[in-house]
Design a protein around this ligand. Structure first.
Ligand code: MG
Length: 367
C-alpha cells in the first residue's frame, strides 16, 4: 500500500462561549484535519487542535508543517506506522500537534486495513468510559452555577480551571462544593498559574472540599517546585504541561514530581507516543488521564480508543466537543448520559469528517 495524496483542511470551530484558563481565553477552536489517501482506496483521517501557550504551535504553523510532512509521506507505505512516525518526528521534533494529526490518520488506515477498531488493534476491549466536564475561569458565582448544571446533567466528576490567586481560587472551589453538595469529585487544573508558595496556599485551602487531584500547579519546566508542592500539599498532583513524551514521563517518575499523568495526543505527537507513555505509567504504577485541547469528536474518538485499550488510563477529560457550536463529524465517539462515551465499532477510528463542512474549509492537497 502506498500513500498517494494528502489533503489538509483549515477548520475553525466557534465555541458556544469564550473559555478561559490561566494561560488565556479561546473563542474559536482553530483546528485542522488531515486526510491521507492510499492507492488501495483506503483513506485515514486525523485532526490537530493546537493550543499555542502549551505546544508552541498555531493553526498557521500546523498548516505549514502539514504541507512539508505530506511531502515526506507521498509514495510511502502507511502501514509501517513505526517508520512513518519516526520520519515525521525526526523532521519536526517539537511540532507535536501537527504530528498528531498524521499519526492519527496512519492508525486510521492501519485499523481499516486490519478491519479492526483502534481499541482492538491496540489489543484492548470495550470498557466503561466516563468523561468529566470542565468549568473555565470565571467569577465564583458563575462557576458554581455551571457546576450545578453539570451535576444535573449527571457528570460523575467536575473539572475546575484555577490558577489566578490562591484567595480567588479557594473561593471558587468553596462556592462550587457548597452549590453541588458532597459526592461528586472535583478535579482542579491551575495550568501553571501558581508558583510554589501560591500552589501550597491554594491547595491547602481547598483540601477539605473533596478535590480528587490538581493538574499542573506550577510552570511546566519546574519539576523541583512540582515535587515540593507534592510533598507539602495533600491533594495528589497530575502532570500535564510537564508531560509531552516518554522521556518526560520517565523524568517525572524518577523525580517523584507527580502522582498522575495527563496524556494528550496534541502533546505526545499522537497515539504512537501515547502508547509508550502508557507503558511507562504502567511500570511506575502511575494512573493516567487522557485529556484534550479543543478537538472535535474526530480526535476525541482517537483518544477514547486509546483509553479503552489501556486500563492504566483511569480518568477521562474528553469534553471539548461539548463546547463547540458545530459538530462536523459523522460517526465517531458519542456522548451518552452523564458523560458516558460510546465508541464506534467500525474499523480504524470509525469516524469521518462531514463533506458539507469540508466544502466550506480552505484546503490544499499534496500528491
Ligand atoms: Mg490540564
Amino acid at each position: 500500500m502506498r500513500i498517494v495524496k494528502v489533503t489538509v483542511y483549515k477548520a475553525d470551530i466557534p465555541l458556544v462561549a469564550p473559555f478561559r484558563i490561566a494561560l488565556g481565553a479561546t473563542e474559536v477552536a482553530e483546528n485542522f484535519f488531515v486526510r491521507i489517501d492510499t492507492d488501495e482506496g483506503i483513506h485515514g483521517w486525523g485532526e490537530g487542535s493546537p493550543f499555542p501557550p502549551i505546544v508552541g504551535e498555531t493553526q498557521a504553523i500546523c498548516l505549514a508543517a502539514a504541507r512539508d510532512m505530506a511531502r515526506l509521506l507521498i509514495g510511502k507505505d502507511p502501514l509501517d506506522v513505526e517508520a512513518r512516525v519516526r520520519e515525521i518526528s525526526s523532521f519536526l521534533p517539537h511540532n507535536t500537534t501537527a504530528r498528531s494529526a498524521f499519526d492519527m490518520a496512519l492508525y486510521d488506515i492501519l485499523g481499516k486495513a486490519a478491519g479492526l477498531p483502534l481499541y482492538r488493534l491496540f489489543g484492548g476491549s470495550p470498557r466503561e468510559l466516563l468523561t468529566d466536564d470542565t468549568i473555565g475561569i470565571d467569577t465564583p458565582a458563575a462557576m458554581a452555577e455551571k457546576a450545578v448544571k453539570f451535576k444535573e446533567e449527571g457528570f460523575h466528576a467536575i473539572k475546575v480551571k484555577l490558577g489566578t490567586t490562591p484567595e480567588e481560587d479557594i473561593e471558587r472551589v468553596r462556592r462550587i462544593r457548597e452549590a453541588i453538595g458532597e459526592g461528586i469529585p472535583i478535579r482542579v487544573d491551575a495550568n501553571q498559574g501558581w508558583d510554589l508558595t501560591a500552589a501550597v496556599e491554594a491547595l491547602t485551602g481547598i483540601e477539605g472540599f473533596g478535590v480528587q487531584y490538581c493538574e499542573q500547579p506550577v510552570a511546566a519546566g519546574d519539576l523541583d517546585s512540582m515535587r515540593a508542592v507534592r510533598e507539602r500539599a495533600r491533594i495528589p498532583i497530575m502532570a500535564d504541561e510537564s508531560l509531552f513524551d516518554v522521556y518526560d514521563a520517565l523524568r517525572l517518575v524518577k523525580e517523584e514530581a507527580c502522582d498522575y499523568f495527563n496524556i494528550k495526543l496534541s502533546k505526545s505527537g499522537g497515539l504512537h507516543m501515547a502508547l509508550r507513555i502508557a507503558a511507562v505509567a504502567e511500570a511506575a504504577r502511575m494512573a493516567c488521564m487522557v485529556g484534550c485541547m479543543s478537538e472535535t469528536r474526530l480526535a476525541l474518538t482517537a483518544a477514547a480508543h486509546l483509553a479503552s485499550a489501556r486500563p492504566i488510563i483511569r480518568f477521562l477529560d474528553l469534553d471539548s466537543a461539548l463546547t463547540h457550536t458545530v459538530d462536523p463529524i459523522v460517526g465517531g465517539m458519542e456522548y451518552g448520559e452523564g458523560g458516558r462515551i460510546i465508541l464506534p465499532d467500525g474499523p480504524g477510528l470509525g469516524a469521518e469528517v462531514d463533506p458539507a463542512f469540508l466544502g466550506k474549509c480552505e484546503s490544499f492537497t499534496v500528491s
